[in-house]
Design a protein around this ligand. Structure first.
Ligand SMILES: [Zn+2]
Length: 471
């Protein structure tokens, strides 16, 4: 029997300012792109694309000079924390963790995680994100359902801890074996699902909540499954002090991870704020990827040595972190912040400012090609090139926030707002068109989120005290 020939869907976009982020850093002032099913088939000057492809049965879209970019990649986001936005603002770290976040997360149901991920991902899509790395949250199956429905791409990770003081009782029952086993099951169930858009990673929440056995078995399991590990690393000085004291190393978490050979190319280390020069060397030599989350760092952690890490050749990307650490899940805001914070940090480190630190091109790399390398997906995403997956965004720069456009590349970092992003395509399909999320009813999700978060806070016994003179 003759195999049925699958008819292909062709989309042709032309008259666009295309920032490819390819190895030659090509930018087309008036470019065109052809997408066949989920892949980029051609990219060139508009005239060339129209001449060679417009005769075929295509959906042809004139972008009228708008900007086309690869979809952004957010390499550290807690999707299951979205319903906790506003529950831990302006509180100390112990209150934040023990009295707000742990009770919240330990009382979540899978349905809560599903709704939380939907709400979070809607915000991610509006800010141009087509792929994200989950930082380690509750109920991965709920997350997977939301990601599949919305049409996004993601590396999902379960929050994993097998040790620590003050943990909720439901979590203290988990043995190291349970932690590894449940992640293996999630891998079996969800890895490479949703047309290949979902991948399952292993998680280590942080070193202070991990036994050595968990660290080592995670390393081995990731090796066996050929997947990545997502871990919070060197977030606060206290973490390093605990590690130096209990695990007998010179400096902190990174030194210990080096000692036990957990520093590898498949490790995505979030934050890595408190690292010294030697540890930057360890990270660089091992090919560890770092997710810099500027807003969360400023709010709770401190200045990460991003300039030094980039100079050492470390692949640094950007993340938003979770809603209780940042409130805004816009990677566009993080791009702006990353550049400003790291320019300003020079004044603290050297006593003089340096406006040349982290220029716009570097920031754009962080949210595209570096993001793709960080999630171990750079053979398929991160740039607009023939043969790569069709993950891209359309930016309308002709509004008050971006006009005039004397320097288009810098405008994307210093002027662009989330509201400038009009359309988002992932895996060859539009998931947002003219700022409308296509696969779910946004208003309905907002309503569901309001109900679910109120019920969850009530169940968890979390009370948010009034501020100012509420009458
Ligand atoms: Zn985090």
């Amino acid at each position: 029997m003759e195999a049925e020939k699958k008819s292909s869907v062709m989309v042709l976009l032309h008259n666009a300012f295309i920032v490819t982020m390819d190895p030659q850093s090509r930018v087309f002032r008036n470019g065109g792109i052809v997408i066949e099913n989920d892949e980029i088939k051609a990219i060139d000057q508009s005239s060339h694309i129209l001449h060679h492809f417009s005769a075929l049965e295509h959906q042809i879209i004139d972008l009228h000079g708008q900007i086309l970019l690869p979809g952004f990649i957010n390499t550290h986001v807690h999707t299951s924390q979205q319903l906790a936005r506003g529950i831990a603002d302006d509180v100390d770290l112990i209150t934040w963790l023990h009295h707000r976040i742990w009770p919240y997360e330990s009382n979540m149901t899978e349905e809560d995680s599903y709704i939380s991920t939907l709400l979070c991902a809607i915000e991610l899509i509006h800010s141009g994100v087509t792929c994200f790395a989950e930082a380690g949250g509750q109920h991965v199956s709920g997350m997977a359902r939301a990601v599949e429905l919305l049409g996004l791409r993601a590396c999902l990770t379960q929050s994993t801890m097998d040790f620590g003081e003050g943990l909720p009782t439901s979590w203290t029952k988990l043995t190291t074996h349970d932690c590894i086993q449940s992640q293996k099951e999630l891998y079996k169930k969800h890895h490479d699902t949703a047309d290949g858009r979902i991948r399952i990673w292993l998680g280590i929440r942080q070193i202070m909540n991990s036994t050595d056995r968990l660290l080592l078995e995670t390393r081995e399991t990731a090796e066996e499954l050929k997947t990545g590990i997502h871990m919070h690393v060197a977030e606060i000085p206290y973490e390093n002090e605990v590690v130096m004291d209990s695990r007998k190393v010179d400096h902190g978490t990174v030194s210990y991870l080096e000692k036990i050979k957990l520093l590898r190319g498949n490790l995505l280390a979030a934050h890595t704020v408190w690292v010294n020069k030697t540890e930057i060397g360890f990270l660089s030599r091992a090919g560890v990827k770092v997710s810099h989350c500027p807003a969360a760092a400023m709010r709770m952690l401190g200045f990460a040595p991003v300039k030094e890490m980039i100079e050492a050749g470390i692949c640094v990307s950007l993340g938003t972190d979770g809603a209780p650490s940042n409130n805004r899940m816009s990677i566009v805001d993080e791009m702006y912040l990353a550049s400003l914070i790291n320019k300003g940090r020079e004044a603290c480190v050297k006593g003089t400012t340096d406006p040349t630190v982290l220029p716009a091109e570097t920031i754009l790399k962080m949210v595209t090609v570096n993001g793709a390398k960080s999630v171990l997906w750079d053979n398929e995403i991160g740039s607009l090139e023939v043969g790569k997956k069709a993950d891209m965004i359309v930016v309308n720069p002709f509004s008050w926030s971006m006009v005039p456009l004397h320097d288009c590349i810098s405008s994307l970092v210093y002027c662009m707002r989330t509201e400038n992003i009009v359309s988002v395509m992932c895996n060859g399909r539009w998931i947002m068109k003219d700022q409308k999320i296509l696969n779910v009813d946004e208003e309905k999700i907002i309503l569901m989120a309001k109900h679910a978060s109120s019920a969850l806070l009530k169940r968890a016994g979390i009370m948010i005290p009034n501020r100012m003179n509420v009458l």
